[in-house]
Design a protein around this ligand. Structure first.
Ligand SMILES: Cc1ncc(COP(=O)(O)O)c(C=O)c1O
Length: 412
């Protein structure tokens, strides 16, 4: 053992650190986890062209922190976003209202650190992004989950929850929503519900935190306007990302917020700017190509979703229930009540299939106990079919369901 390996850091660690991370052991053979994208759809040639042209033209600007565009991020990328957000989401903002961050995960951290302290209350969708839930737990914040239906967050329950909290003297710090292709349920909040949410936000003085990272990945039709676009009073913080539309490993996201909030978040963003090369390449690639790349991407994702739904129907029959999501990269699946997806997760992983167990994506662990989330973007269609067959086999062995697999009754 080398001298450095034997040094004991443990007595030096301050109290309150999160539990240590587990060592990464590689992707499962059949991986339905995480927000990974389709490797075949990364626009590699376009990105190579973009990196060459932008570096030839502006490479010397890398000598300056923030590329001489200031701490809010590369100006051409913010200009692209301002135009895109206006065109697609109805948001009227200028490049100056946007801050580029290192993935929208950093946006979550910056918004949270600006607004939240231990003991605070926030409102979230009952089923929601695990990364958001974990952050709130770590901060000691009470996250109250509002149930969803086929059209997203239930506004009647939101209204009664806000009224109950007010009666107890509690003013939640924000309403966090993923309104456009919700993670994990795949719903889209209609415009009328967005308006009703805004009305409640105003009535109770609670801002809305709109996480729109899947909004580009809709199968058909026009998306409703962003909640940010519909707000009259600046009480909406909007965040987005290039992770789902281009590639998650780039780590580029953004925040649209009033300067009063951006200036606070800039003071907390201590990394002297997000990776410049990624920002330059994205601006160069996206300006001419984004609007042709995305429909191609979503057509491919839709094919994979169809393959997944077919495989589930074939392997699980009626034991797997799901709604056809409106877009995105996830399918939220209900298995029979006796299936504990936390246990299924362990057994499936041992058989080479990685799934996300429902309780990690919900504030209601009981409700989500027999549910799971499957990402269909990253496995190939063949892996989807094979992986679902292995999952069904493991599930039948562990829980006795599905009784029938591939339309053949199995004898125990
Ligand atoms: C709802 C939601 N918000 C934020 C993120 C973080 O994405 P990124 O940091 O890659 O932009 C994810 C990733 O899956 C997500 O699902």
């Amino acid at each position: 053992m080398s001298a450095s390996a034997s040094f004991d850091f443990a007595p030096l660690l301050p109290a309150g650190l999160p539990a240590p991370a587990a060592k990464w052991t590689g992707l499962a053979k059949y991986s339905f986890v995480g927000g990974n994208n389709d490797p075949e759809q990364v626009p590699v040639d376009g990105l190579i062209e973009a990196v060459n042209s932008v570096l030839n033209r502006e490479g010397k600007s890398l000598a300056t922190y923030g590329l001489a565009s200031g701490p809010q991020g590369y100006l051409p990328l913010r200009e692209f976003l301002a135009a895109k957000l206006r065109r697609d989401a109805g948001i009227s903002c200028k490049a100056d209202d946007i801050m580029i961050v290192s993935g929208s995960l950093q946006a979550l951290d910056l918004v949270n650190h600006t607004l939240l302290a231990s003991g605070d209350t926030v409102i979230v969708e009952q089923e929601t992004y695990q990364g958001s839930l974990n952050r709130l737990t770590r901060l000691g914040v009470n996250a109250i989950g509002i149930p969803l239906d086929g059209e997203g967050m239930r506004i009647d329950v939101l209204a009664s929850t806000l009224a109950d909290l007010k009666a107890k003297g509690i003013r939640p710090k924000y309403i966090y929503t993923i309104p456009t292709v919700q993670n994990p349920t795949g719903t889209i909040l209609p415009e009328s519900r967005r308006a009703a949410m805004l009305k409640l936000s105003q009535e109770y003085g609670v801002p809305i935190f709109e996480d729109d990272c899947y909004a580009d990945l809709i199968w058909e039709g026009k998306r409703p306007p962003a909640i940010h676009a519909m707000a009259q009073n600046g009480g909406v913080i909007h965040i987005g990302s290039f992770s789902k539309s281009i590639a998650p490993a780039l780590r580029v996201g953004f925040i649209v917020a009033p300067w009063e909030m951006l200036s606070r978040m800039l003071a907390l963003k201590t990394d002297a700017g997000s990776g410049a090369l990624e920002q330059m390449v994205l601006a160069e690639y996206c300006a001419p190509h984004f609007s042709t790349h995305v429909p191609k991407l979503t057509r491919g994702l839709r094919r994979k979703l169809d393959a997944l739904m077919e495989a589930l129907s074939e392997q699980f029959g009626t034991a797997a229930e799901f709604e056809d999501p409106k877009g995105g990269i996830f399918l939220w699946v209900k298995l029979p009540d006796n299936v504990d997806t936390l246990k299924l997760y362990q057994a499936a992983l041992a058989a080479g299939v990685a799934i996300n167990p429902g309780p990690e994506w919900s504030t209601n662990k009981g409700y989500a106990g027999s549910r799971l989330r499957l990402c269909f973007a990253s496995p190939s269609e063949q892996q989807i079919r094979e992986g679902v067959a292995v999952l069904a086999d493991v599930c039948r062995r562990e829980f006795g369901v599905p009784v029938r697999i591939a339309n053949v009754e199995r004898r125990a």
